[in-house]
Design a protein around this ligand. Sequence first.
Ligand code: ADP
Ligand code: CIR
Length: 391
Amino acid sequence: MSIFSRLRSKLFKLSNHLMDQQERCKKCNIKCGLIKVSPDVLRSLEDGFQKLSGSNSTSLLKKYLTKQVFDELKQKKTSFGSTLLDCIQSGLVNHDSGVGIYAPDPEAYVVFASLFNSIIQDYHGGFGPEDKHPKLDWGDISNLEDLDPNGEHIISTRVRCGRSIEGYPFNPCLTEDNYMEIEEQMIKIFRTMEGELEGEYKDLTTMSKEEQNQLIDDHFLFKEGDRFLKAANACRFWPKGRGIYMNHNKTFLVWVNEEDHLRIISMQPGGDMASVYKRMIEGVYYLEQNIKFARSPRFGFLTFCPTNLGTTIRASVHIKIPKLSSDNNKLDSIAQRYHLQVRGTRGEHTESEDGIFDISNKRRLGLTEADAIREMQDGILEILRVEQSLP
Ligand code: ADP
Ligand code: CIR
């Protein structure tokens, strides 16, 4: 690490400490007064806000960015220099966003709390402004079952979590050097992985387009050019510092520097949730022995998108449910009741192909890892029960 990075990391730790002491806002307000938001940014904010307000967007951003909240936040800055525009530009550009907001750096969750808190409370099913995320608890894996022992409906199961590396802000504030440093640190750790987790790191800069597309088609690799991330300023210097670690069986993967610094993923064909979850936990344990992850007392593990805070867990199945899929209302009502999210076959913002859906737990904050997995398991079992009961 360069002297500059070390200094930045120290400052970052200090600011986190202040946040924990709840002194952050006072200190920050003094700073904000000194470094004004530029007229260009203010103009873009006013223009974007007006267009969003006049649109028929159903995003959480539109729902909670009232004129009062907008006026309260438009002049604020974090000590990284992030403004309200850095948080909401994705939702201002993409009116079809479901959420529409990202935190450019960890302080943004505090400085822009009057907006983030409402969106977080809505998305994560009632996590209030005073609530604190519980301690990590992976739970008892023996409580998990094969969700589809006869192999009739579930094509594959995947569990992922996101991790940020302590000392670094999120995508919009990362320098090119930061991206390269994070990648280099991770490559060193990947080289030491053994047993089932042993594998190979492939960086995007040296990967052929054919290989990249094949890995995307096979659901292993993140897609390129996500317009929601691009508009959030999360794709700078692409493809530098980006890549994927895969074990030899392609059942354990780590995405480097896509939406989050790290996405740690376990997946395999079929519905054996216990094996998939156990492998992800083993991977997380190994990595955290070698690198420190950023965790806040209120929000748990910190992530770029507020929908991923807390456990950061998304446990999903690719599932074929031909009867239920022809009755959208019924599927939606089960999803709502069991706090599930239904996505298309190629992930978020994609359509279902061949009647295959990606169904996962929706909330990740304010409940334990064990609860998140149990919530998903209960919901999928109910979906299968209803599917099998339909004529
Ligand atoms: P994330 O899970 O990281 O939020 P996406 O929704 O973009 O991101 O999904 C990333 C990739 O993971 C996509 O290719 C998607 O199809 C794949 N995926 C998600 N769940 C499963 C699953 N259960 N089986 C196979 N692939 C999956
Ligand atoms: C959106 O707002 O639609 C994108 N920025 C993605 C939000 C994250 N998705 C989710 O529901 N977990």
